[in-house]
Design a protein around this ligand. Structure first.
Ligand code: MN
Length: 424
C-alpha cells in the first residue's frame, strides 16, 4: 500500500486550488438548478470493480511485453488492487478469475480485509485448458459435442460459485469462446441447445441470492460463428434460464458503430441488464482503457443508466475489463475508474425534465443539446473532492508516481516473461 503521508502531502499542496475550482463549479451548477453536493454524494458512493487480471500487463496474440514488478499471483494482484482503491476510492471490489486466482477462501478473505477490498463477480474459465484437466476445450466447453466435456465445464462453473459463496460474491459471469471457424463445422441449433442445457445445470446450482451473468461477444477466438455472439442470443439465454439470469454487456464485444446505449435501454426495459465490462475500442474487442477513444459513448451509456436509476430494483454490476499493453496497469485502471465516474457524474447533470419535454415535442436540436450540456461540463472538481474527502488522492496518478510503488514492488517481484493475458 502507499504510505498515507505521501498522499497527505500531495493533497495538502493541491487542496486550495481544488477548493477554488469546486466552489466555482458549484456556483455554475447552482445557476443550472443543480446542487453540487448531491452530485458529489452520488459520485462518492459509486464504485466500479477491478478485474484481478487487469493489474498484470496484457498482450496481443503477437506478443506480451511485461513491465517491472508484475504481480506473481492473486495476493500480489490484491495488493495492486488495494493501491488503486486507496488512491481513487472508486474501486472497492475485485472480480476474480478462476482458476487463475484460485486460493483458499480464508486466505483470500484475510488479504482482502488487509488491503480494504471486497470480492465482486466470480468469473469462470472454460476458454483454455488447464494442465490437470481431463477433457480439452479445443472444440468448445458448455456446447461441446462430448457430454463429459460439457459436464467438466458445468462442474468448473459450480466450483466458482462454491468459492464465491465463501468470499462474499453474489454473481457468476460466464463467457465461453465456443463457436466454429468454418461454415458447416457445427450445427448452429444443436450447438446452442447443448449450451442451453449445460448452462441450465449451472443456473440450477445458483444460490437464491445470486445472479448468473452471461456475456456475449461477436467473434474471437472462434472466427466464423460464436455461440453467444450478440445481445439477442444473450437475452434468449437469460430468458430461458430464469429470473436470476441476466445479460452482461462488454462495451468491446459488438460490431463497430453498434448503438450500445440502445442495447442498454432495451435490456433495462425488460429487466435483463445484469452488468457491464467497461473498456474502449476503435475496431473490435480492443480492450483499450475506458473512455480513451470515445468518452461520449461512455457518457451515453451512463445517460441510460441514470435514466433507469429511478427504479430501486435496478442495480447492474459495474466492472472494468481491459488489457494494458503499453502502460502501468495500476495507472490505467485508476484513470479508467475515474473515467467511469466522470461519465456517471456528467449523466447526473442532464436536465431530465427538460429533455423529456423536448423529446415529446420532437425538438431534436434542443434535446441533443440538453444531453450534451451534461457531457460538456468539466466535473473533475467533483470527482477530486469526493476522493479528497474519502482520504484518497486528489490526483491519483501523481501521488502514485511520487510513491514509487512500482519500483518498490519490483524489488520483491522477479521479472516474468509470460502470464495469462485474460483478454475476455
Ligand atoms: Mn468482458
Amino acid at each position: 500500500m502507499i504510505n498515507a503521508d505521501i498522499i497527505a502531502q500531495h493533497n495538502t499542496r493541491a487542496a486550495a486550488d481544488l477548493r477554488a475550482d469546486y466552489d466555482a463549479l458549484g456556483e455554475h451548477l447552482d445557476r443550472r438548478g443543480i446542487d453540487i453536493a448531491q452530485v458529489k454524494a452520488k459520485v462518492a458512493k459509486y464504485g466500479v470493480a477491478v478485474p484481478s487480471w487487469g493489474v498484470g500487463t496484457g498482450g496481443t496474440r503477437f506478443a506480451r511485453f511485461p513491465g517491472p514488478g508484475e504481480p506473481r499471483g492473486i495476493f500480489d494482484k490484491l495488493d495492486d488492487c488495494g493501491v488503486i482503491q486507496q488512491l481513487t476510492k472508486a474501486t472497492p471490489s475485485v472480480s476474480l478469475h478462476i482458476p487463475w486466482d484460485k486460493a483458499p477462501a480464508a486466505d483470500l478473505n484475510a488479504k482482502a480485509e488487509e488491503v480494504g477490498l471486497t470480492f465482486d463477480v466470480m468469473n469462470s474459465n472454460t476458454f483454455q485448458d488447464q494442465p490437470d484437466q481431463t477433457h480439452s476445450y479445443k472444440f468448445g466447453s458448455l456446447s461441446n459435442t462430448d457430454a463429459a466435456t460439457r459436464q467438466q465445464a458445468v462442474d468448473h462453473n459450480i466450483e466458482c460459485i462454491e468459492l464465491g459463496q465463501k468470499i462474499g460474491s453474489k454473481a457468476l459471469t460466464i463467457w465461453v469462446g465456443d463457436g466454429s471457424n468454418f461454415p458447416g463445422q457445427t450445427n448452429f441449433t444443436r450447438q446452442f441447445e447443448r449450451y442451453l442445457d449445460a448452462t441450465k445445470l449451472v443456473y440450477n446450482a445458483l444460490p437464491d441470492d445470486w445472479t448468473l451473468l452471461t456475456e456475449h461477444k461477436m467473434y474471437e477466438p472462434a472466427f466464423y460463428s460464436s455461440v453467444v455472439q450478440d445481445w439477442g442470443t444473450n437475452l434468449l439465454i437469460a430468458q430461458q434460464m430464469g429470473d436470476k439470469a441476466k445479460c452482461l454487456v462488454d462495451l468491446g464485444h459488438h460490431a463497430p458503430n453498434v448503438n450500445i446505449e440502445m442495447i442498454v435501454a432495451r435490456l433495462t426495459q425488460f429487466g435483463k441488464l445484469g452488468g457491464f465490462h467497461f473498456n474502449d475500442s476503435k475496431y473490435g474487442d480492443d480492450d483499450l482503457d475506458t473512455g480513451s477513444i470515445d468518452p461520449y459513448r461512455l457518457f451515453l451509456v451512463f445517460n441510460e443508466l441514470v435514466e433507469a436509476e429511478a427504479d430501486p430494483g435496478f442495480n447492474p454490476m459495474h466492472m472494468l475489463d481491459q488489457s494494458h499493453n503499453v502502460t502501468d496497469p495500476i495507472e490505467s485502471l485508476m484513470v479508467s475508474a475515474m473515467e467511469v465516474q466522470r461519465a456517471y457524474a456528467q449523466a447526473l447533470l442532464v436536465d431530465r425534465t427538460a429533455l423529456a419535454g423536448y423529446q415529446d415535442n420532437n425538438d431534436a436540436l434542443m434535446a441533443t443539446t440538453t444531453l450534451k450540456h451534461g457531457f460538456r461540463t468539466d466535473v473533475e472538481p467533483i470527482l477530486a473532492m469526493a476522493r479528497f474527502e474519502a482520504n484518497g488522492a486528489i490526483s491519483p496518478v501523481a501521488a502514485y508516481r511520487a510513491s514509487q510503488y512500482r519500483t518498490k514492488v519490483a524489488q520483491d517481484r522477479p521479472d516474468v516473461t509470460s502470464a495469462g493475458g485474460g483478454i475476455v
